[in-house]
Design a protein around this ligand. Structure first.
Ligand code: GDP
Ligand code: MN
Length: 395
């Protein structure tokens, strides 16, 4: 689950990572009120799950109440690369001497968290990684030992941070790591992590602060974090994925127009490959598991067909413990309930496959054809999808 900047910053604050004072607003009035509470100058920031808001005009500095109103009016409702801004975060403006980059991600290939630090912050880190990989200091952390003080110092020296802030940068990295573990995140990214110029009033001491927050939490661990689970915004979720989740199905939405249903995750994965190989583009991954009951099949087919892009469906069953004749009976019943408007290709192979295909042939279902090989089924479904006009599937 990806958090909005202000949600990430609230977690930062809870774990002692320094952030500017801020308030949330969903209307111009609220934004002006929030700005007055925070004081001027303040920054009005669009809250959408996409980077590059600054460049897109979604982040603006307000010197007074009139400017706060003007910026809030301009940013609310703004379209930032396809996302409409409905929420704002109003924050005390920071003075910036340097912009750094810090992140903790889970590196699956190393089976350990990876902490990164760079003094080239404020810009696209992928560009830095491509053009100047040396500028990013990296360190894997042994999850059993955790993040130690010397890790922070080593990263700070390697990245070349200004010597007066080596200590606070190290402390911030330690806190980001602690938050990463405690909240069960898969990504915690701060870009920019800023160094303030320091002022005579505080003896010239420079501070570090997280000016942006990008946090991804592990969905599979959310049940252990009920507070975090509440941060989920159902309106931002994909409708098919939400529907599948409610029905307890393993479904992943893809970009294409061929619905895929199979029994067993491995079989479904290879079905996606075979369809792609045949020149088609899968609309989803859906593992129906080992069941053959009509209800389970109906549930799954309804989720697939609720995606308006789907022009044809491939139902790929390998009968092992689940027998093909049982699956065929389930499918026939499901078809009578749903009466789908898009063509289905059913590939039955394995235990009792001949019996299964015979049952399907006898049922004489409109829009259904059977195949005995995966290759043949894939080619057939691609051919049917190509011949079907778009958005014909509203079942
Ligand atoms: P992003 O563009 O979506 O990554 O949004 P950020 O929160 O990272 O902001 C982009 C840029 O806006 C930062 O790199 C800063 O240069 C600038 N910015 C954001 N907040 C402030 C602030 O309080 N003061 C100043 N001077 N600049 C800011
Ligand atoms: Mn940023």
């Amino acid at each position: 689950m990806d958090l909005l900047e202000y949600q990430g910053k609230q977690l930062f604050a809870r774990h002692g990572v320094p952030v500017p004072a801020g308030r949330h607003a969903t209307s111009v009035e609220e934004a002006v009120f929030a700005a007055e509470e925070i004081g001027f100058p303040c920054v009005i920031k669009a809250q959408v799950q996409i980077g590059g808001r600054g460049k897109a005009g979604g982040i603006k500095l307000a010197k007074d109440r009139d400017e706060a109103r003007e910026h809030a009016e301009a940013i609310l409702g703004m379209d930032i690369r396809g996302l409409t801004v409905h929420e704002l975060w109003i924050e005390a403006a920071s003075e910036i001497a340097s912009e750094y980059y810090a992140s903790v991600i889970f590196d699956r290939s190393a089976k350990a968290p990876l902490v990164m630090l760079s003094t080239k912050g404020g810009m696209d880190i992928e560009e830095v990684a491509a053009g100047d990989p040396e500028a990013i200091a990296r360190l894997h952390v042994d999850p059993l030992l955790g993040f130690q003080d010397f890790h922070g110092r080593r990263l700070a020296f390697e990245a070349g941070v200004d010597s007066d802030v080596v200590r606070p940068v190290g402390v911030m990295l330690a806190k980001l790591y602690e938050m990463f573990v405690a909240e069960e995140a898969t990504l915690v990214e701060v870009n920019p992590l800023i160094v303030t110029p320091g002022s005579a009033s505080d003896g010239g001491g420079r501070e570090v602060r997280a000016l942006d927050a990008k946090v991804t939490l592990d969905d599979n661990a959310l049940f252990r974090h009920p507070d975090n689970a509440q941060l989920r915004d159902p309106s931002k979720e994909d409708p098919q994925e939400r529907m599948a989740k409610e029905r307890g199905l393993t479904y992943v939405k893809l970009d294409g127009d061929i619905g895929i249903l199979g029994n067993g995750a491995g079989l479904v994965m290879s079905t996606l490959d075979v369809v792609a190989e045949a020149g088609g583009s899968p609309a989803n991954f859906l593992d129906a598991g080992g069941g053959s009951k009509a209800e389970a099949i109906t549930n799954a087919v309804e989720v697939i067909l609720s995606n308006p892009k789907v022009k044809a469906v491939l139902f790929n069953i390998f009968g092992g413990i689940t027998r093909c004749d049982e699956v065929a009976r389930g499918l026939i019943e499901a078809f009578h309930q749903i009466n789908p408007q898009v063509p289905f290709v059913v590939r039955l192979d394995g235990t009792n496959d001949e019996e299964g295909r015979r049952l399907l042939a006898e049922a004489n279902l409109p829009n259904v054809r059977t195949e005995s090989t995966m290759d043949g089924a894939a080619r057939k479904v691609v051919e049917l999808a190509t011949a079907t006009p778009a958005a014909a599937s509203a079942a």
